[in-house]
Design a protein around this ligand. Structure first.
Ligand SMILES: *Cc1c(COP(=O)(O)O)cnc(C)c1O
Length: 390
């Protein structure tokens, strides 16, 4: 059976170039980067090359890049680190209702420690209004955290405007850019961010490694305590093969960026338009003009998302319901709920494309999908009642 992978926002395949770059650091160049001898120095040098590759992708300085175990750790480190380093007694943090759980659940944990958190709400567009962020600022606000693009909708957030607001009010600004790095150009200066989280496995790198950009001069307490690795920001023996893989993935993203975006965007549009045209009672959730190229979230009325996923999977096509991370849970997606689409949350499907998707993938999907929808709808008594009218 031909398999089609349309779940690149959950994770991506490691690029062959990334795999090739990593293997020496699992085999002959296995040294501990803190060791003085030749083995250690080989590992250390490789880490510094990766830091430069990643810094170039972000338009940051290499000294502002700290390697972590992934997006979740970077988000935790940013939120907890800023709050702990803040001198004021009372502390306030601003974030949004559509963040990834790596931010939302960290914010909830901070609330239990006495930190006040404002969750700015977001309308049906899936794009936060910067004015709402500004209105939420209080005298003791220490941090604003707004994601760069949303993992369920693909919607890009107005970070430059929020960055300006944060600067005007002298508040630190963090962004979870896990779903944007490698997909759209990222320039930390232009965005005006002080902290930025990213994860290798979302940009054709390996799992279990990521990074946090920390602007020079940002007061941040570490999450972990131990040795002096990563300039005391992140102790622990470095994941050298993983870091090398992340560096290579970043280099590939710098090289392929625009081409990838054009190709992936064209395929996404072809898939989206194909579905909207061939399947009745479908609509795209969230703003369609301000999105990353590879993501679309489509609501299929009279379809139950989990059943659809399984039926598609049986035919070789992998996609996702809005709530990828909480699959198996019966809770509807917090993102769709937050933007007022709770009633559509159970019937909406996220398709997310990556560098390795082809036109044939889309053709196969467009051939199979309408039949799956028709079959599932034919089992729905509600659909049967209205079917005669369309
Ligand atoms: C995947 C993801 C994360 C978590 O990254 P991990 O490396 O898997 O821990 C955080 N934020 C967003 C928006 C994501 O899509």
């Amino acid at each position: 059976m031909r398999r089609v992978y349309l779940d690149n926002n959950a994770t991506t395949a490691v690029a062959p170039e990334v795999f090739e770059a990593m293997t020496p650091y699992l085999l002959e160049d296995f040294g501990n980067a803190s060791s003085i001898h030749w083995y250690g120095q080989r590992a250390k040098a490789a880490i510094e090359v990766s830091r430069e590759q990643l810094a170039r992708l972000l338009s940051a300085r290499p000294s502002e890049v700290v390697f972590t175990s992934g997006g979740t750790e970077s988000d935790n480190a940013a939120l907890v680190g800023i709050v702990e380093a803040a001198r004021s007694e009372k502390k306030h943090v601003i974030t949004t209702t559509i963040e990834h759980n790596a931010v939302l659940h960290t914010a909830k944990a901070l609330e239990k420690r006495g930190v006040r958190v404002t969750y700015v709400s977001v309308g049906a567009s899936g794009i936060v209004n910067p004015k709402d962020v500004e209105k939420a600022i209080e005298p003791d606000t220490v941090l604003i955290s707004v994601m760069h693009s949303n993992n369920e909708l693909g919607t890009l957030q107005p970070l430059e405007e929020i960055g300006r607001i944060a600067r005007e009010h002298d508040v630190y600004f963090h962004t979870d850019a896990v779903q944007s790095v490698g997909k759209v150009p990222i320039n930390v200066e232009k965005l005006g961010v002080d902290l930025l989280s990213l994860s290798a496995h979302k940009l054709h790198g390996p799992k279990g490694v990521g990074a946090l950009y920390i602007r020079r001069g940002t007061a941040l307490h570490p999450l972990l305590y131990g040795g002096h690795h990563e300039r005391d920001h992140r102790p622990g023996t470095e994941n050298v093969p993983g870091i090398v893989g992340l560096g290579k993935a970043a280099e590939l993203a710098s090289e392929h960026g625009t081409n990838d975006a054009l190709q992936i965007g064209a395929l996404r549009n072809r898939l989206e338009e194909g579905i909207l045209k061939s399947v009745p009672l479908t609509s795209v959730i969230g703003d369609r003009s301000r999105r990353v190229p590879g993501t679309t979230n489509i609501s299929f009325e009279y379809i139950e998302g989990e059943g659809f996923l399984i039926a598609m999977d049986l035919r070789g096509i992998a996609c996702s319901t809005g709530a990828a991370c909480s699959s198996g849970s019966l809770e509807p997606s917090h993102v769709l709920t937050a933007i007022g689409r709770r009633e559509q949350a159970r019937s909406s499907i996220r398709f997310s494309l990556g560098r390795f998707n082809t036109a044939e993938d889309i053709d196969v999907t467009l051939e199979i999908l309408p039949r799956v929808v028709e079959q599932l709808r034919s089992l729905s008594p509600h659909y049967k009642k209205i079917a005669v009218t369309i």
